[in-house]
Design a protein around this ligand. Structure first.
Ligand SMILES: [Zn+2]
Length: 158
C-alpha cells in the first residue's frame, strides 16, 4: 500500500517484518551500541559512534510496536516515563545545555526515541541537528563507553 519514496514493503515493516530492533532487544552490546539497562518497558542503549557524549536510544521492548499510539495508555505512560528518566540521567551525567527527544522511526519503524544531548559547542545551536552532526566515524573508546554506561545505570537505578 505504501508508495512514493517509501520502501515497497513498508506496511509489512510497520507490522514488524524483519525488524532489526526486535532482533537487537535482549542481545546486549552490539557494534552500534552498548547496552545500558532493560527497564519494564524499554531497553536503553548508548551509541558508540557519536560526537555528542551520552547520546542514547531508548527502545520499546515488549514486542513490536511502530507508533506510540499503538500502545495502550498504561504502556504509553510507562514508555515515556522511562524515556524521560534516561533524559534526566543524561543531563545529570553529561551536563548538556539542552536535550532533544527524537521519536522518528522513518527508517526502522519500531518505536524508539533518540535522547540527544546538545552542548555549548553544539554544531547547530538554536535549531534541530542533522544526523551527520550527531554521528562520528570513530567510536568513543570502549572503556569510556562502559564507564558512561555504568554511571547511567547508577543514575537510572536511583
Ligand atoms: Zn520491532
Amino acid at each position: 500500500m505504501a508508495s512514493g519514496g517509501w520502501p515497497a514493503d513498508w506496511d509489512e515493516r510497520m507490522a514488524g517484518k524483519d525488524c532489526p530492533l526486535c532482533a537487537a532487544l535482549g542481545q546486549g552490546d552490539s557494534s552500534y551500541s552498548v547496552a545500558v539497562l532493560a527497564g519494564q518497558f524499554t531497553e536503553v542503549f548508548l551509541e558508540r559512534r557519536t560526537r555528542l557524549p551520552g547520546y542514547c536510544v531508548v527502545m520499546w521492548r515488549l514486542g513490536h510496536a511502530a507508533e506510540p499510539d499503538d500502545l495502550d495508555p498504561a504502556q504509553a505512560s510507562g514508555y515515556w516515563a522511562e524515556v524521560v528518566a534516561v533524559g534526566r540521567a543524561v543531563r545529570a551525567r553529561f551536563g548538556p545545555v539542552k536535550v532533544n527527544y527524537m521519536t522518528l522511526g522513518n527508517m526502522v519503524p519500531h518505536l524508539h526515541t533518540h535522547v540527544v544531548p546538545r552542548y555549548l559547542d553544539d554544531p547547530a545551536p538554536g535549531g534541530p541537528i542533522e544526523w551527520a552532526q550527531i554521528h562520528s566515524a570513530d567510536p568513543v573508546p570502549e572503556a569510556e563507553l562502559h564507564h558512561q554506561a555504568a554511571d547511567l545505570r547508577v543514575l537510572l537505578a536511583g
